[in-house]
Ligand binder design. Structure first.
Ligand SMILES: [Zn+2]
Ligand SMILES: [Zn+2]
Length: 395
């Protein structure tokens, strides 16, 4: 089959690799029809090289048609249309019983001290072959795959793999009070969907970014936006707009892709120059991203408010302004999305029940291309060229 594989920094290729096959009774093989490139794939493309091997297949946002299931699977069968959550979870361990699927104790990557395995994401997350391929072997498929109805196009459902549950969880974790307000930093796919979900649920949303197309997209969906290039003091503007207090909640949807982080840039560049063992240590310990955005979040939230962090954080050495957080009495909640925990909440908004398409899922992907063009997709997404906000691949 064809698959998108990693070969080095900013070097991904479409290679011919062996077809996957059933290895365990709870495996399924899915023929992929749509699979997205995620902002966190860019971390592999750009900075997580030390944790990845040449030839590893990337991708963790796939959907498709079940080809074959192992004997331990009964909730799906060949021919079913399914979305595959990025978490690989068993559904029945101590963590899964508490709906903490991103920490599944059956698939936890203990040797790396990490949570549940996920697809296409380096040895930190189990080195499981990913879904930017014609076929995907899905472990723990007695639990993971989400059956979706026939009819609507793939882009209606593909975001159930990551973008929508991550955004939904970001809004849940933000704890926005009834009729309250939320500032959303970053208008990539997660920021876009978090904004739409929060608005759909009745919050006032103030979203911040500095890329024109992203601001335009949010505006199209009725979101109040602030262009960070036009304001020296974004938190000050947010306070002005909220009776001097700041928003009840803030969602940090920027992650490691932030612009203008001198610290992050140095750590990333340095990591690229070191032998893998040393670089791994640096990536795990250095604050490998922009603290600037997190500080803006601290500044923007009202006293007694809540910050929800959904952007991926990679380092452990970031100096955090504890004085400000303590004095303002801020709560912080964060972490990988527990994908399946939120599916029953989101599905009615996608499947045409209720008021049609309230989240406007048809307006997120800016590019759709065949798998063969995936290297181009990575390049324009990474360079934010050609208005790229979300890229879908169609194997
Ligand atoms: Zn993703
Ligand atoms: Zn589990």
């Amino acid at each position: 089959m064809k698959a998108l594989t990693w070969h080095g920094k900013r070097d991904v290729r479409v290679d011919t690799v062996p077809d996957p096959s059933i290895q365990e009774a709870t495996d399924a093989i899915v023929r992929i029809t749509t699979t997205a490139i995620c902002g966190s794939d860019l971390h592999l493309y750009e900075v997580l090289g030390p944790f990845i091997k040449e030839g590893d297949i990337l991708g963790h946002e796939p959907m498709g048609i079940v080809e074959e299931v192992g004997p331990g699977i009964s909730h799906i069968k060949a021919g079913d249309r399914v979305v595959i959550p990025f978490n690989i979870s068993c559904g029945s361990c101590w963590m899964c019983d508490r709906h903490l699927f991103a920490h599944c104790e059956t698939t936890q990557v203990r040797e790396q001290g990490m949570g549940a395995a996920f697809f296409g994401y380096t040895e930190l997350y189990g080195e499981v072959p990913g879904g930017q391929a014609e076929f995907l072997r899905v472990p723990q498929a007695h639990f993971g795959p989400i059956k979706v109805p026939e009819g609507p196009p793939d882009e209606h459902f593909v975001y159930l793999s990551d973008v929508l549950p991550t955004s939904w969880q970001a809004v849940e974790y933000a704890g926005i009070p009834e009729g309250g307000s939320v500032a959303v930093y970053g208008l990539g796919p997660i920021g876009q969907m978090s904004s739409r979900i929060a608005r759909h649920r009745g919050a006032r949303v103030l979203a911040v970014d500095l890329v024109g197309e992203r601001l335009d997209m949010a505006r199209r969906h009725g979101i109040e936006v602030l262009d960070a290039l036009e304001h020296d003091d974004v938190p000050g503007v947010i306070r002005e707009l909220t009776e001097g207090r700041g928003t009840d909640s803030v969602i940090d949807a920027v992650g490691m892709e932030a612009h203008g982080s001198p610290v992050g840039k140095a750590a990333h560049t340095l990591a690229g120059l070191l032998p893998d063992a040393a670089a791994q240590k640096l990536m795990k310990t250095a604050g490998a991203d922009r603290l600037a955005v997190l500080n803006l979040c601290f500044d923007s939230v009202r006293r007694g408010g809540t910050i929800s962090i959904s952007g991926v954080y990679g380092g452990t050495a970031d100096p955090i302004n504890m004085l400000k957080l303590f004095d303002k009495g801020v709560q912080i909640k964060m972490g990988q999305a527990h994908v399946k925990r939120w599916i029953d909440d989101i599905m009615p908004l996608l499947s045409g029940d209720g008021d049609g398409d309230p989240l406007g899922v048809g307006d997120l992907a800016t590019h759709k291309m065949p798998l063969e063009q995936a290297p181009h997709g990575y390049e324009i997404f990474q360079k934010k060229q050609d208005g790229a906000i979300k890229v879908l691949l169609q194997p």
